[in-house]
Design a protein around this ligand. Structure first.
Ligand SMILES: [Cu+2]
Length: 651
C-alpha cells in the first residue's frame, strides 16, 4: 500500500555526490581544542512514585543543534547534530549529552521528549539516509504496517525516508521493567503540526505499554522509571529505534548515566573524584568539507566504490531466482575516519601529575578500539559495564568493543611536567576478529584514527590522597548460582542468494546472472542451534525462542559462525562471562577485565562464548549485536522473561 504521503516522504534516490566532498581527516588540526567534560544533567524536580516514595525527575528532550565538533580555527560552520538536553534549559543541549548522576536505590524518572521539530513546529527530516527497505519503525505504514519490513514488490527501489523521525531511549545497562527499557518498537514521533494523517505516531509496543499500564503520556513523549537497584556502574543512554539505531545514534543523542553509592561502591576519597574523574566517550565520525557529518547514503560506500561503479539490483528489483535482498542505502558496517572524543575531534586535556579516574565508553557504530598510552603508562582497569572488577588489572592496552565501558585509573605522577601523553588506538580500521595489532592486523592509521586525544601534564596542585591502584580493595562480588538451563545460540552472516556479480577491469561491480560470484552480505542474524547442531537463523519477527522463567539462571552459549567478532548485548541483565571455547575444543577463562558483571561481551569468530545471567524481572527485552549496522538489519531478537502474555504484539 502506497499513500500519497508515502510517495512524498520517500523521495528520489540521492545524487551520487557524497564521495567527493569528504573532509580529509589529515587536514583537521589535532589537539587544539580542550576536552569537554559533560556536566551533570539538571533535574526538573522530584516525582512522586505510584507505590509511595519519590524519584529524581528529569525532562530530557532530543533537539537538533549546531556545535563545534571540528576545531573552530578551520573556519567551517559548526556541525549540525542531534542532542539530548534538559527541557527547561537550552544551554544543556550538547553532544554528547550531559551526564545523569544517579544514586544507588534512589529511583530516577525521565520524561523523554522528541523535539525534532523546527521553529514552526514542523517535523525535521533525518540528517542521514534512512533505508525504508529494512524491518524498521516505518511510520508511513500506519498502525497496520508500522514496525515491519515494507513490501515494495512490483515497485521501483524506493528513495530514502524523509518523514518525521521516531526516537526511543534505552539506558544501556539499566535493570528496569520492560515498559521503561526503550524497546525498539516503543518509539514515538515528535508532536509536530504536519505529521501526515495516515502515519503511525507511535510504535506497536508504545501503544501496548500505554494500554496495559494506563499511562497518560503527552504526545511526543514517554516517561520511564529506573530503580537503580543495581551495582554502582557506568551506564550510558542512547537511541534504540527499530531499524534506525545506527542513524539516530550517529546523529548524536547519547550520554553517560552513572550509578553511585551502595554496597558495590567505594568510600569517598579512595578514588580520584571531582575534576579528577572524567567520563570519556570515543566515537568515530566522518565529516564533509562543509563541516557537516557524513554517513554513507548508498551501499557503494561499503564496497569502496563510487556509486556509479556499483550496478546491481536492489530491493525489490529482480535478481536470480527472485528479488534482490540487498537494501539500497544500508551499509553492513561503518568506519569513520576522524576520532571524536566527548564531542570534539582529537581534543587535549590539561592534567596534573597525579592519578585520574577515566570512564571510557566505546560509542562507535562498528569500530573496536584498543586504547594505549604512547609512553607505555599503565592503564589500571578497575571496572567494566557491571561495576567494579574483583581486583584492579594492570594493562598496556585496553580493548573495547562498541558499547563496552572501562573504568580505569591512569597515574600521571611519574610523567615529567610539561610532557604530552597521547592516547592511541591500535585496533584495525576494519572489522575486528581478535588478535594482536601489527601481527594479526594492521593498526588504525597512526596519523588519524590511530590517535584519540592528548594529555598535557602539568604540576600537581595538591597532595594526591587517593589509593594507588595496586593497593585498592574493590567491593565484594556476589557471583550467580549454578545455571538451570543452557541455551545454544549462534551468530550467522547472510550472503545474498540472488545477487551475483562480475568485477569489471575498471573496478566496477555489475550484476551478472551467469556469474557464481556472490555479491556479499545482506545482513547478519542471531540463530538458535537445533538438536542436530544446525544453526537456524531467525528474524526479528520470528516467534520468541529465548523465554527464561522468572528468576532462572541460564547459560547462553553463543557460537560465532561469522568471520568477525560481534559485541553481544543483553538488555535487563548483568551477566558473568563463563568461558570461551575454540573450534578445537580448548577452553579458556574470561579475561581478567571481564570478571565481575558485564552487559556486552565480545563473541570471537569460530568460538563459543558462554555467559551466565539471572533473569529476575518478567517482561519483554532484546538481545542484539552492538555493531549498530548489524543490529538494524536483523541481528537483534526479542526475548521474554516469564509467561508471554496472550495479547503481547510480539510473539
Ligand atoms: Cu554483529
Amino acid at each position: 500500500m502506497v499513500s500519497a504521503w508515502m510517495m512524498l516522504v520517500l523521495g528520489a534516490a540521492p545524487s551520487p555526490s557524497d564521495d567527493d566532498v569528504r573532509l580529509d581527516p589529515a587536514s583537521i588540526p589535532k589537539f587544539v581544542t580542550p576536552l569537554v567534560v559533560p556536566p551533570a544533567m539538571p533535574m526538573s524536580g522530584t516525582a512522586r512514585l505510584k507505590g509511595g516514595g519519590s524519584a529524581d525527575y528529569y525532562q530530557i528532550a532530543v533537539r537538533q543543534i549546531s556545535q563545534n565538533i571540528l576545531p573552530p580555527s578551520m573556519g567551517l560552520p559548526p556541525t549540525t547534530v542531534w542532542a539530548y538536553g534538559s527541557l527547561a534549559d537550552a544551554s544543556t543541549f550538547n553532544y554528547p549529552a550531559f551526564t545523569i548522576e544517579a544514586r544507588h536505590r534512589r529511583p530516577v524518572r525521565v520524561q523523554w521528549v522528541n523535539q525534532l521539530v523546527d521553529a514552526n513546529g514542523h517535523f525535521r527530516p533525518h540528517l542521514f539516509t534512512v533505508d525504508p527497505t529494512l524491518h524498521w519503525a516505518n511510520p508511513p505504514g500506519g498502525t497496520t504496517f508500522r514496525d515491519s519490513r515494507p513490501d515494495f514488490s512490483g515497485q521501483a527501489t524506493p528513495g530514502p525516508y524523509q518523514g518525521p523521525v521516531p526516537i526511543v531511549t534505552h539506558v544501556h545497562g539499566a535493570r528496569t521493567t520492560d515498559d521503561s527499557d526503550g524497546f525498539a518498537e516503543a518509539w514515538f514521533l515528535p508532536d509536530a503540526t504536519d505529521i501526515p494523517a495516515d502515519f503511525a505516531r507511535t510504535g506497536t509496543l508504545y501503544d501496548y505499554f500505554v494500554h496495559e499500564h494506563g499511562f497518560d503520556f503527552e504526545p511526543g513523549t514517554a516517561t520511564y522509571n529506573y530503580p537503580n537497584e543495581q551495582r554502582a556502574a557506568t551506564l550510558w543512554y542512547h537511541d534504540h529505534t527499530l531499524g534506525m539505531t545506527r542513524l539516530n545514534v550517529y546523529a548524536g543523542p547519547a550520554g553517560f548515566y552513572l550509578i553511585r553509592g551502595g554496597p558495590a561502591d567505594l568510600a569517598a576519597g579512595v578514588l580520584p573524584a571531582g575534576p579528577y574523574e572524567i567520563p570519556i566517550a570515543v566515537q568515530d565520525r566522518t565529516f564533509r568539507d562543509d563541516g557537516s557529518l557524513f554517513y554513507p547514503a548508498d551501499r557503494a560506500f561499503f564496497e569502496g566504490l563510487s556509486p556509479d561503479k556499483l550496478d546491481i539490483p536492489f530491493i525489490p528489483e529482480d535478481a536470480v531466482g527472485g528479488p534482490s535482498e540487498i537494501p539500497p542505502y544500508w551499509n553492513p558496517e561503518f568506519f569513520g575516519d576522524a576520532m571524536v572524543v566527548n564531542g570534539r575531534t582529537w581534543p587535549s586535556l590539561e592534567v596534573e601529575a597525579r592519578r585520574y579516574r577515566f570512564r571510557f565508553l566505546n560509542g562507535c557504530n562498528s569500530r573496536f578500539l584498543i586504547l594505549a598510552l604512547n609512553d607505555g603508562t599503565t592503564i589500571h582497569q578497575i571496572g567494566n559495564e557491571g561495576g567494579f572488577l574483583e581486583a584492579p588489572v594492570a594493562l598496556e592496552s585496553l580493548l573495547l568493543a562498541p558499547a563496552e565501558r572501562a573504568d580505569v585509573i591512569v597515574d600521571f605522577t611519574g610523567v615529567p611536567v610539561g610532557d604530552d601523553v597521547f592516547l592511541l588506538n591500535l585496533a584495525p580500521d576494519e572489522p575486528f576478529g581478535g588478535g594482536v595489532p601489527g601481527i594479526d592486523f594492521a593498526p588504525a592509521d597512526p596519523a588519524t584514527t590511530g590517535l584519540v586525544m592528548r594529555f598535557h601534564v602539568g604540576p600537581a596542585t595538591g597532595d594526591d590522597r587517593t589509593t594507588p591502584p595496586g593497593e585498592l580493595k574493590l567491593p565484594r562480588i556476589d557471583y550467580l548460582p549454578a545455571a538451570d538451563v543452557v541455551r545454544r545460540l549462534a551468530l550467522t552472516e547472510q550472503e545474498s542468494e540472488t545477487v551475483f556479480v562480475r568485477t569489471k577491469p575498471n573496478g566496477s561491480i555489475v550484476f551478472d546472472p551467469r556469474s557464481d560470484e556472490e555479491f556479499g552480505p545482506e545482513g547478519a542474524r542471531l540463530a538458535v542451534i537445533d538438536d542436530e547442531g544446525i544453526a537456524e537463523p531467525l528474524m526479528w519477527d520470528d516467534p520468541i525462542t529465548e523465554n527464561p522463567a522468572v528468576g532462572a539462571t541460564e547459560i547462553w552459549e553463543i557460537h560465532n559462525f561469522t568471520e568477525d567478532a560481534h559485541p553481544i548485548h543483553l538488555h535487563l541483565v548483568a551477566f558473568e562471562v563463563v568461558e570461551r571455547e575454540t573450534s578445537d575444543g580448548a577452553i579458556r577463562p574470561p579475561e581478567e577485565w571481564e570478571r565481575g558483571f558485564k552487559d556486552t561481551v565480545i563473541a570471537y569468530p569460530d568460538e563459543i562464548t558462554r555467559i551466565k545471567a539471572r533473569f529476575d524481572l518478567a517482561g519483554l527485552y532484546v538481545w542484539h549485536c552492538h555493531i549498530v549496522e548489524h543490529e538494524d538489519q536483523e541481528m537483534m531478537r526479542p526475548y521474554h522473561v516469564g509467561p508471554i502474555p496472550p495479547d503481547l504484539p510480539i510473539r
